[in-house]
Ligand binder design. Structure first.
Ligand code: ACM
Length: 541
């Protein structure tokens, strides 16, 4: 059968020479050819430029880990090799992340305009590898041309509610890379734990990174486990993780929450509160472990009223913290939270009321806006940009802020209409802490977000015209970990919903097909099995 089988767009679960072609997220164009390419221990990886080393290393590590095969790199082309080629010459889409992959019987060639785009080609090549254990590795012959739909493709992890080891953070970064996503949003501070070493304020980690226990079961819980729970990342570890991510073309956006969700910092430095001498408020129905006097790191979930006081002490503290954060993270964006900040303490604080009068502010929402704008000026003065959750719209948006729309799509719509950049993270579609099934057998925060709903998500709200739509940079899935205390639970919650989201973010809108995605799901699951990760495989209903 010499005839070329050309398949574009919708069909991508196809058989060539007995091998399935199963690429997710679905590429812009895929042509399946006759024949296959064999990878053996003699196969060399040719690099046209040294800048492609990251791509070669990722492929080598994958082949070593999952197939026990060690390949060598070469700076000389030779027959039968896998060639990574940096070029602007090939006919490729006008997108700096565009790559093309040609797998023929004689060789595999991946062309990219940038080292990053070649890395995306490597992810496609990985998906052509068999998921069954075989003696030989055969790659089906294909032509792929591809580029992403959105420039921002993110995944967040809350390391405040539960701490995760550096080893798991690296694994998580690999999951992001394998899905052709490009941003890891690292939520590092919370009421229940401060997770980043700050040299100037050692008590943040000495005191703020530990809680004396954790509620058992769903909030408010049926008791307390009475286990001291601690963890933070040293600056050395953070540098290592930032490099690990950069080698995979993943930017890490650190989040330092303010003015709310700050109990752990206040436990370390009570002067950050408007009422430093008041004890931390503990709900009557929460079982508490250890001392309940003074300022405490929280042991249950929710939103707490003791928040940063907008004092000079607090601003100096936050600027010093941000200085160290910006030194560690090269990210253009710094996330400052801004969500869920109750105004109760500000309302009864004479300091806050005087500040409101002195600055001519309308109310406490305007005081929050003043807080965020002051921090934004500081971040901008250091050449960075601020991201905040959509509450930063209340009381007036900081002039250059990017908004993460989480309480729905309206925050994103409003911000885009005000010509601010937006990252869509609406709870109803991309909060992967919600249950995957109506009869979920594991504890979750609640809600119901089945796979097809994630797949159906369209990040550009229909309320926006084409000019306004340009402000939507992309979308992100959020993983809040109140009910995820260990890595396999996180994996169970993200897979396969993350894979569905990766297609929403990468593939052309017109190429999306739930039917076709479902057909690919068994092959996707085989890949999870190869990686030995946990995933949800039940029915949604
Ligand atoms: C959020 O989920 N509180 C941003």
């Amino acid at each position: 059968m010499k005839r070329l089988i050309v398949i574009l767009g919708l069909l991508s679960n196809l058989i060539s020479s007995g091998q399935e072609v199963n690429i997710t997220p679905k590429p812009v164009s895929l042509t399946i050819r006759e024949g296959s390419f064999a990878i053996t221990a003699k196969t060399k990886i040719y690099l046209s430029n040294r800048e492609l080393t990251n791509s070669a290393l990722f492929l080598k590590k994958y082949l070593q880990e999952f197939y026990g095969m060690t390949l060598e790199s070469s700076s000389k082309e030779s027959p039968g090799d896998i060639e990574l080629i940096l070029t602007s010459g090939q006919k490729m889409a006008d997108n700096e992340d565009a790559y093309s992959l040609q797998a023929k019987t004689q060789h595999v060639r991946i062309y990219g305009k940038t080292p990053r785009s070649v890395f995306y080609g490597i992810q496609t090549l990985i998906q052509l590898l068999p998921t069954e254990h075989t003696n030989t590795i055969q790659i089906p012959a294909v032509d792929v041309s591809d580029y992403p739909r959105f420039s921002y493709r993110g995944l967040m992890l809350d390391c405040g509610r539960h701490f995760f080891s550096v080893d798991f953070i690296k694994k998580y970064i690999d999951f992001i890379a394998l899905h052709k996503m490009n941003t890891f949003h690292w939520h590092l501070t919370e009421d229940q734990g401060w997770r980043i070493e700050i040299r100037k304020y050692p008590r943040l980690t000495a005191t703020g990174s530990c809680r004396n226990g954790t509620i058992i079961g769903h909030h408010p819980g049926i008791g307390n486990d009475s286990i001291r729970n601690c963890g933070f990342y040293s600056q050395q570890q953070i540098r290592d993780v930032v490099k690990y991510a950069a080698d995979r073309y993943i930017n890490i956006i650190p989040e330092i929450e303010m003015p709310g969700h700050s109990s752990a910092a206040i436990a370390a430095y009570p002067q950050l509160s408007c009422f430093p001498d008041e004890n931390t408020q503990i709900s009557k129905n929460v079982a508490w472990e250890g001392s309940d006097s003074g300022k405490q790191v929280q042991q249950s979930w929710g939103v707490y009223k003791d928040v940063y006081c907008p004092s000079d002490f607090t601003f100096t503290f936050l600027e010093n913290v941000l200085d160290e954060v910006m030194e560690l993270f090269p990210s253009k964006y710094i996330h400052i939270g801004g969500d869920e900040c109750p105004k109760d303490f500000w309302k009864r604080s004479s300091f806050c009321q005087d500040l409101i009068k002195q600055k001519g502010l309308k109310n406490e929402e305007a005081l929050q806006s003043y807080f965020i704008q002051r921090i934004e000026k500081y971040i901008n003065s250091r050449g960075r940009e601020l991201i905040g959750w959509d509450e930063i719209l209340e009381g007036g948006l900081a002039p250059n802020a990017t908004v993460m729309s989480w309480r729905g799509e309206q925050g994103g719509i409003d911000a885009a209409k005000q010509q601010h950049h937006v990252i869509m993270t609406p709870g109803a579609y991309v909060y992967l802490d919600h249950s995957q099934s109506k009869h979920d057998d594991s504890l979750t925060i609640g809600g119901f977000l089945p796979l097809d709903k994630v797949y159906s998500y369209e990040p550009v709200p229909k309320e926006l015209n084409s000019e306004e739509a340009k402000y939507i940079l992309g979308a992100q899935a959020n993983i809040w970990t109140e009910y995820m205390a260990y890595p396999s639970k996180v994996e169970y919650m993200i897979f396969p919903r993350l894979t569905a989201l990766s297609e929403v973010l990468w593939s052309p809108k017109g190429a999306k097909s739930w039917e076709n995605f479902q057909k690919r799901l068994p092959a996707i699951e085989k890949r999870y099995d190869l990686w030995q990760v946990s995933y949800f495989r039940g029915q949604s209903n």
